[in-house]
Design a protein around this ligand. Sequence first.
Ligand SMILES: Cc1cc2nc3c(=O)[nH]c(=O)nc-3n(C[C@H](O)[C@H](O)[C@H](O)COP(=O)(O)O)c2cc1C
Length: 173
Amino acid sequence: MNVLAFGTSNSRNSINQKLARYSAAQIDDADVTLLDIHDLEMPIFSEEREKESGIPQFAHNFYQAIGDTDAVIISFAEYNGSYTSAYKNLFDWASRIDMKVYQDKPVIMLATSPGSSGAQSVLAAAKGSAPFFAADVKGALSLPNFFDNFDVGTGQVTDEAFNKQLNEAINKL
Ligand SMILES: Cc1cc2nc3c(=O)[nH]c(=O)nc-3n(C[C@H](O)[C@H](O)[C@H](O)COP(=O)(O)O)c2cc1C
């Protein structure tokens, strides 16, 4: 199975990227592509820009990467209760190619933050809107208190409840 995994942050040291990488690695025999959305940075979307210059190649690359994979693992970073501007911009551009950005792929949605809320607000927003964007959500999991529940040295989640839920979601892919 091909798996596309990414965190929705343009931070070079993203904890969500770490969680996405770890989670994809739990899938037996998966061929994992780890996407860094920092590499797909584009001008902020506007309808005028789209009319003047069209949809940037990076949006096509992102849409194509989803189209080419069997399953997607996304870990959502939360800024002020919502999406990071980096991911929102990428997603807005991609949605101009096709509103069904996730192209009916099975998706595991994750979210983490250093705090006790575990970025649940953005996760709920992403899960709630998933049907509009053709994401077949197989699981939505938050990992709170990242630095208590993730061993940065080994790159492993240490919270057993999360690992159990993750395995259940993976089994649905
Ligand atoms: C502008 C800004 C707003 C933030 N807002 C939230 C928030 O609403 N909820 C939360 O749990 N963490 C919030 N955080 C903390 C992030 O969860 C933390 O920076 C985390 O590392 C972001 O994920 P990343 O490392 O994958 O980029 C915020 C951080 C920044 C810089």
